[in-house]
Design a protein around this ligand. Structure first.
Ligand code: HEM
Length: 470
């Protein structure tokens, strides 16, 4: 091999190895454990994200590398309870990362995306009132109860005739309830048995947004004049226009109220700004945050109970969703200036790094829970250890925890109680299997086949194969 050839072949190799070693040894996260390629690239993590495998991928990294693990050149995953407490406590300086704003990319920021703690706490205070238990019971209990009753009636009719897909029905229920609160009118999707155009497009848009956060170059697809592609990557204007109905209902003073009528009054009394754009944004937030979360939780609750006839018979009001919380994914926060130390080794993580904790890993930790993988509906009937109380957070934690927690619980209780009261002997249909119900995870989780069939035909034939525990 001549001198020139040697230079062409060896120098690039030498140079790239040199650069790699340099990057790995000088990166601010170089001292943390994690696979070697996470020194250089986000690609492996992105692959896990876009294929719906994020929580499983990171959970496996924790098993291999410990509670503080580098998952990309700028991100660290944390599965240490003390660290979780510090990151998510009220008053914490670990602010939401810019990821949220990219995910919900509208004209203004809303309660879900605001980063500045002062702006966020003002907005959250306004929204917490209509979502408090007392206000919900006073104004919305009847709506939730009636919608749940109608939904169960529809499920029963379908199940008696063959098969009902509870995943679909619970989603319609949750969208109808959220839309009623946000807009002041039900979309009547349970009644009609299908999604409205608004909900259909909104779902596509949120899916597209999830993909674009990871692969921003795909934004270019918005210029393709193909309807399904436009709906996935370029429907913000349509959704924004439609959300103006929330403002109309809140300000018209005729017809049914939505939650914003009082929220606007409260904001005027308190001299905080909540203009028409803010109302539109929060209405969209309520529908996005309140639909798939509640629909998925109800689906997995139905699935978990129907696999266990003994539990089905004894089902009580209290529902346990430890294994199937709908949002068990990474909640990214930014380490404040000066950095922080996490985990048993006091591993230093510099300021500006994104750290994320996941309910998925905490909820499956055998050091915290006895038999964590067993779906045990009696688990929460007994006093919990301090560790378990801290680790259990299906609705998030601290100042950014779920605004809709009481609404979600109201829907879960009514829907589950009515389903099991009205449909004794309900069974999973043959096509609903352990495999079809495996979940995929984007920000939320969902059954990978996006369905969960139940039936009332041929009541009484037990399905032995599905009686085993998760
Ligand atoms: C079972 C159902 C639900 C689950 C499992 C759930 C879970 C969560 C979680 C884990 C967070 C924290 C996200 C983070 O830190 O990044 C959150 C935030 C939020 N949720 Fe829910 N949620 C549910 C239902 C609802 C409903 C019905 C609403 C309707 C209002 C809602 C509205 C919100 C909002 C507005 C936030 C952002 C709060 C903030 O940043 O201050 N959620 N939810």
């Amino acid at each position: 091999m001549g001198f020139l050839e040697r230079c062409i072949i060896r120098y690039p190799l030498f140079l790239s190895s040199y650069i790699s070693i340099f990057v790995a040894s000088t990166s601010s996260l170089h001292h943390l454990p994690g696979p070697w390629y996470t020194h250089f690239t986000h690609l492996r993590l992105k692959r896990a994200v876009v294929t719906g495998q994020r929580i499983f991928y990171i959970d496996a990294l924790h098993k291999a590398h410990g509670p503080v693990v580098r998952i990309s050149p700028t991100e660290v995953a944390i599965a240490d309870l003390e660290a979780f407490k510090e990151i998510h406590r009220v008053g914490s300086h670990y602010l939401k990362s810019a990821w949220y704003g990219k995910l919900a990319n509208f004209l203004v920021l809303g309660v879900f995306t605001m980063i500045d703690p002062k702006d966020h706490s003002q907005r959250r205070k306004l929204l917490m009132r209509p979502f408090s238990r007392t206000q919900l019971l006073e104004h919305w209990d009847q709506t939730v109860k009636e919608t749940a009753a109608l939904c169960v009636k529809k499920i029963k009719e379908k199940a008696l005739r063959g098969q009902a897909d509870v995943f679909n029905w619970w989603m319609l229920l949750a969208s109808d309830v959220s839309a009623h609160l946000a807009f002041g009118e039900s979309f009547k999707m349970v009644e009609g048995g299908k999604e409205t155009e608004f909900i259909r497009v909104l779902k596509k848009l949120t899916k597209g947004a999830g993909i674009m956060v990871e692969m921003p170059l795909l934004r270019i697809l918005r210029y393709l004049p193909i309807k399904p592609v436009q709906e996935t990557f370029n429907a913000n204007d349509y959704i924004w226009r439609e959300a103006a109905r929330a403002v109309e209902f809140a300000t018209s003073r005729t017809g049914e109220a939505n939650i914003f009528r009082n929220v606007i009054e409260d904001s005027e009394k308190e001299n905080t700004t909540l203009n028409d754009l803010d109302v539109r944004m929060e209405a969209i937030n309520i529908i996005i945050a309140g639909t798939d979360t509640t629909g998925t939780t109800l689906t997995y609750l139905t699935w978990a109970v129907l696999q266990r006839p003994a539990v089905q018979r004894k089902l009580e009001e209290e529902v346990a969703t430890l294994l199937y919380g709908a949002a068990p994914s990474s909640l990214p926060r930014v380490v404040p200036k000066g950095g922080a130390k996490f985990g048993p080794q006091d591993s230093y993580v510099p300021g500006g790094t994104t750290v994320c904790t996941k309910a998925y890993t905490f909820h499956r930790d055998p050091a915290i829970w006895e038999n964590p993988l067993k779906f045990d509906p009696t688990r929460f009937l007994y006093p919990q250890t301090a560790e378990a109380k801290l680790a259990f957070h299906p609705f998030g934690a601290g100042a950014r925890s779920c605004v809709g927690l009481h609404l979600a619980r109201m829907e879960l209780r009514y829907a589950a109680a009515m389903l099991f009261r009205e449909c004794p002997g309900l069974r999973l249909s043959e096509s609903t299997t352990e495999e079809s119900m495996e979940f995929i995870n984007f920000f939320l989780i969902a059954p990978k086949e996006h369905r969960c069939g139940v039936t009332l035909q041929g009541k009484g034939e037990a399905r032995e194969g599905l009686r085993r525990r998760v």
